[in-house]
Design a protein. Structure first.
Length: 212
């Protein structure tokens, strides 16, 4: 089984809970029969999605000479798509920042969110999911509490990831582990994080069992 782990926080695990979740999950996969690849959105060369990419598409079609940023964009987009194509399971470890996902993770999604690759439209204009053979796991940390009915509509990280990879791409989301409230309730932070890390460990173990 090929597992792609997308790491979307460049803060150290001593300071960032989602980085701690990533490290804990990876530790459980060591020595298993899984083929694990990490895509660190902060280590990859990922220029932001915009007009430069569309200029590059036009030049490729017309035989024009690409600029440096255009070449980098095409290479980065292809690398992200290839990584997703090769994966049977995709694990995302990411924080909630300012109610949403980090910009670097958004850029990765921009690269792979493509008609004809992740989804297509049929003759009637209906969207058809193209990644129904893949599975996803979401590992998220958020310092506040967003699971209450009042706050849930404001949460645009897990909801967004679920809608993109589950809803549009068609992946089966087999696990979600969310650690929340450790900043809002500092007196309970260690207890909250410890309990969440046990869930991360259990999620990794379920993945290993799935591969057998």
């Amino acid at each position: 089984m090929n597992v792609l782990v997308v790491k979307a926080n460049n803060r150290p695990a001593s300071e960032a809970v989602s980085s701690k979740m990533y490290e804990g999950f990876m530790a459980e996969l060591e020595g298993t029969n899984l083929n694990v690849t990490t895509y660190d959105v902060y280590e990859e060369d990922t220029p932001y999605f915009g007009q430069d990419l569309f200029n590059a598409f036009g030049k490729v079609q017309n035989g024009g000479e690409l600029t440096d940023v255009e070449s980098r964009l095409l290479a980065a987009k292809q690398k992200a798509m290839d990584a997703l194509t090769a994966a049977d399971v995709v694990v995302f470890a990411f924080p909630l920042w300012n109610l949403t996902i980090p910009a670097k993770l958004q850029t990765f999604i921009d690269y792979v969110y493509a008609a004809g690759f992740a989804f297509k439209y049929d003759a009637e204009g209906n969207m058809v999911q193209l990644m129904t053979d893949k599975k996803a796991i979401l590992l998220n940390a958020r310092g506040g509490v967003y699971s209450t009915p009042e706050a849930a509509p404001m949460e645009m990280a897990v909801n967004y990831m679920r809608n993109v990879f589950g809803g549009v791409f068609g992946m089966e989301i087999i696990d979600e582990v969310v650690i929340e409230g450790h900043n809002a309730m500092p007196d309970k932070a260690q207890e909250i994080i410890a309990a969440g890390m046990e869930e991360v460990k259990a999620s990794a173990q379920r993945l290993v069992a799935l591969s057998k």
